[in-house]
Design a protein around this ligand. Structure first.
Ligand SMILES: [Zn+2]
Ligand SMILES: [Zn+2]
Length: 425
């Protein structure tokens, strides 16, 4: 016998009924994105490795240590996408859409990380990007979309952290000051940053190690170095969020790890999740990314959110999925002992009427079909034996014990309407 195969380390299969939660998340996100004027973008899972080396920066942790890079049979070097933004910018450069270009995506992302709870080598992201405008109202709308999405999937115990990373005008002076501060305290940094702090001082701000946090807390603050344009931009984002009733917290140490970010940067953190992995989504503005990929100067803003992390946050907040199963589940299960083709036709017509219907296969007894029906989670059974068949009718009854309505006989012509009424549709 051959060895049983399993999914690669750090990956997971999402099976029914768990996958209903995925449908719910993706469906909710797609609807909110559509209402916000975003269109779906579907892209290759692998790109020329330069898209990421130039996009997120060759020096970044992700590009150096975590990317899946491979050479194909034609000797070209590709990378599996470690994130969703750089490929969208690549598509913008390639296709010259009319700005502002607003797209949403649902995509796997691949990173070679040490597998641990809630971290996968293939995880899944929902996100949006707006390319071709630096209007702060676009920033506010993107942040509001994320906020509304989290609320729509039931989350309430989270905060929005907001910061400005400055831009090409004002950031270099801050980075110099920060570099000087870090050099004067280099012995106090975490082991990794003792070696790399002067290369990219901004990454130390992002470091979670207590040594680095201590040094950073005593160092210069980016906000003191923002130029007037950056200050106005940040103020306008905050005002728009306030106007929409979305509360936010200024977090001076919020600096995102990829080279392409500037100005607005934000993160949503769940208070129900463990501190080290409590970010349920985040993003920011990237006004140089398109240029880095060979395009004309083009502003951009976006965010991404990990599906696995969002599901953990829902569990941590104790959100019940009972309603979810009921809403997304089967309307009825057909128990048919006749195997008459007219029953197949009846099932087909119910599905055409928009109802979710399943049935048993393989000529099982009435008793064992009932067991399958119970397991299916369907609310209602439609029973067809020889007596029903003769009358062109079904016996309709609730499958769950908590409903004591008597079974009724319903003519085939009337099944769809009655079923919808029973289901409150
Ligand atoms: Zn550090
Ligand atoms: Zn500035």
């Amino acid at each position: 016998m051959s060895k049983e195969l399993s999914s690669p380390n750090g990956t997971h299969d999402v099976l029914p009924p768990q996958s209903r939660r995925w449908e719910f998340l993706i469906g909710t996100f797609s609807e909110l994105a559509r209402r916000g004027g975003f269109g779906l973008i579907v892209q290759p899972l692998f790109e020329d490795v330069a898209v990421f080396n130039r996009g997120i920066g060759e020096g970044s942790e992700v590009a150096r240590k975590e990317m899946y890079v491979f050479t194909d049979r034609g000797d070209r070097t590709f990378a599996l996408r470690p994130e969703g933004t750089a490929p969208v910018a690549r598509a913008y450069v390639q296709h010259h859409p009319t700005p502002p270009w607003k797209v949403w995506y649902a995509t796997p992302a691949f990173r070679y990380e040490r597998p641990q709870a809630g971290r996968y080598r293939q995880h899944h992201q929902l996100g949006v990007e707006v390319l071709g405008t630096d209007d702060p109202l676009a920033d506010a709308e993107v942040i509001a979309l994320a906020h509304d999405f989290y609320t729509a999937i039931g989350l309430s115990n989270f905060s929005l952290l907001l910061n400005s990373m400055g831009d090409r005008e004002c950031r270099p002076a801050f980075v110099d000051t920060l570099r000087g501060h870090l050099q004067s305290r280099v012995a106090d940094l975490c082991p990794e940053h003792v070696a790399t702090a002067s290369e990219n001082p901004l990454r130390v701000i992002d470091c979670k190690k207590p040594q680095c946090r201590e040094v950073i807390s005593q160092g210069p603050v980016l906000d003191d170095h923002l130029c007037e344009a950056c200050r106005d931009h940040f103020g306008a984002v905050g005002d728009a969020l306030d106007a929409m009733g979305i509360s936010w917290i200024r977090q001076h140490t919020l600096v995102r790890g990829f080279d392409y970010y500037n100005r607005t940067t934000f993160e949503f953190v769940s208070h129900a999740l463990d501190g080290a992995q409590n970010a349920i989504g985040g993003g920011g503005r990237y006004d140089q990314l398109v240029e880095d990929l060979g395009g004309d100067p083009t502003s951009g803003i976006g965010f991404g959110s990990g599906i696995e992390r969002l599901l953990l946050a829902r569990v941590a907040e104790g959100i019940s999925d009972d309603g979810l199963d009921d809403v997304r589940g089967l309307d009825a299960f057909v128990i048919d002992t006749t195997r008459d083709v007219r029953v197949t036709s009846l099932i087909s017509s119910l599905r055409h009427a928009g109802l979710a219907i399943d049935r048993a296969y393989d000529s099982k007894s009435m008793r064992s079909q009932f067991k399958v029906a119970d397991r299916s989670g369907a609310a209602i059974a439609l029973i067809i034996g020889p007596t029903e068949l003769e009358k062109n009718a079904v016996t309709m009854r609730w499958l769950r014990n908590d409903n004591d309505m008597e079974p009724v006989s319903v003519a085939w012509d009337d099944v769809a309407r009655t079923l919808k009424r029973w289901r409150g549709k």
